[in-house]
Design a protein around this ligand. Structure first.
Ligand code: B1M
Length: 211
């Protein structure tokens, strides 16, 4: 049985070894659900780190340490998520966090769940300029360009991306997400929106089905 509080604590305490160890145990046990471990354990942990930081209880080193623990957990879970994805690609997604933004946990989670649901994902990483999204989407004949933004200062780049996709006449949908974004923002810039990584999978499935 999953003890989700232990998973969350490992992140809140910034305990990289413990987070990796717990995630490896989950990855090795076919009876445990890695998506549930993320959604009910690890993600609430990193959110709590954010809250403690915002309230001044944690300082930058603790924030970074929590993020490191989260990344260790995700790295251990990703191969298991990928194995459940099957062999026939559902569609091709070019994914990244927009320029000026270094947050990669949510974006990587979206990528891992898309792979787990059979999508081919090219992850361009963080701090990705609009032109790199466009080049890779064109060369890779992507069905979807997916862009994450975690800062109010960087979400404006999602609008620039939608405009660049239209200007380049690419035959692909633009999917956006990230904490400061919303369905309203997506409507305003002309993109598709997902609030969470599981929702990103649902939206991506709908988008490729309707093509
Ligand atoms: Co930063 N940071 N950070 N940070 N950080 C936030 C985002 C912030 C909200 C914290 C706060 O003030 N409470 C705040 C942003 C405020 C704002 O602009 N509105 C903030 C700030 C200000 C900053 C710095 C400017 C701090 C500084 O240096 N003074 C700086 C910026 C650096 C930069 O990017 N240029 C900074 C740096 C960092 C760290 C490096 C220390 C670290 C990131 C480490 C890393 O990613 N490798 C970090 C972290 C960890 C956070 C918080 C605590 C957690 C983010 C996270 O990973 N959440 C965050 C506070 C918070 O979110 N509560 C915060 C877990 C993750 C699973 O959630 O990414 O939201 P999230 O993804 C969700 C959904 O949004 C969605 O799915 C996921 C869940 O299923 N989603 C998508 C995400 N992308 C999607 C894409 C999609 C669809 C859905 O389609 C394409």
């Amino acid at each position: 049985m999953l003890d989700t509080r232990m998973l969350s604590s490992a992140i809140v305490e910034g305990d990289v070894e413990q987070a990796r160890h717990l995630a490896e145990q989950i990855a090795a046990d076919p009876g445990l659900d890695p998506v549930m471990a993320l959604e009910q354990g690890f993600i609430p942990g990193i959110r709590e780190v954010g809250r403690l930081w915002q309230e001044g209880e944690y300082f930058l080193p603790e924030l970074v340490q929590g993020a490191e623990a989260m990344k260790a957990a995700m790295a251990a879970l990703t191969p298991r998520l990928a194995r459940s994805g099957g062999h026939k690609a559902r569609g091709k997604v070019v994914l990244g966090t927009v320029a000026g933004d270094l947050h990669d946990i949510g974006k990587s989670l979206v990528g891992a769940l898309l792979v787990a649901h059979g999508f081919e994902v090219e992850d361009l990483g963080v701090d990705v300029p609009v032109c790199a999204f466009i080049d890779r989407a064109r060369e890779g004949r992507a069905d979807i360009v997916a862009a994450s933004a975690l800062l109010t200062t960087t979400m404006v780049t999602q609008r620039a991306l939608v405009e660049a996709v239209a200007e380049a006449r690419l035959d692909c949908a633009v999917l956006i997400g990230g904490a400061p974004t919303s369905a309203r923002w997506a409507r305003e810039v002309g993109a598709h929106y997902a609030e969470s990584a599981p929702e990103a999978v649902e939206v991506a499935c709908r988008l490729v089905q309707s093509r």
